[in-house]
Design a protein around this ligand. Sequence first.
Ligand code: SF4
Ligand code: SF4
Length: 133
Amino acid sequence: MPETNRERRQQAYREAIRLKVCSVCLDSRDDLSCSLGGRVCAIEGHLSQLVEALSGIDSSRIDPYEEAVRALVCSDCEQQDEQGQCRLRNKGDCALESFLPFVVDAVEDVNQRLALEGEPRAGEPAQVKGPSS
Ligand code: SF4
Ligand code: SF4
């Protein structure tokens, strides 16, 4: 079955995260595969929401990205309790939380590449190419 546009984009984000985030994460193996046992990394498990949350922000500070992750990803994550507490976050054991600047960098890199190819950012409608003038 041919790969859809969405799958191709998801794969591009996955690959950028592997190179920019897994490469600095202590839970990665030499080939950058993930050695986490018993749970899925929050970056992988919430990739679509994560990309959408980060793509709506353009800031030189990390705080707005953190706020977006808390609001759109943590709020839907099974690790966070009803009081908004997350055991993994408190232990520094969530890669998304620990490596957020690297995750932002990876997502923004892919977004820039997609923009150059005329693809919309996550959450934006596709551009309709008009007749050339
Ligand atoms: S925990 Fe997440 S960031 Fe770390 S190696 Fe696994 S998938 Fe990559
Ligand atoms: S910090 Fe906790 S609640 Fe937020 S994504 Fe990571 S594991 Fe999930």
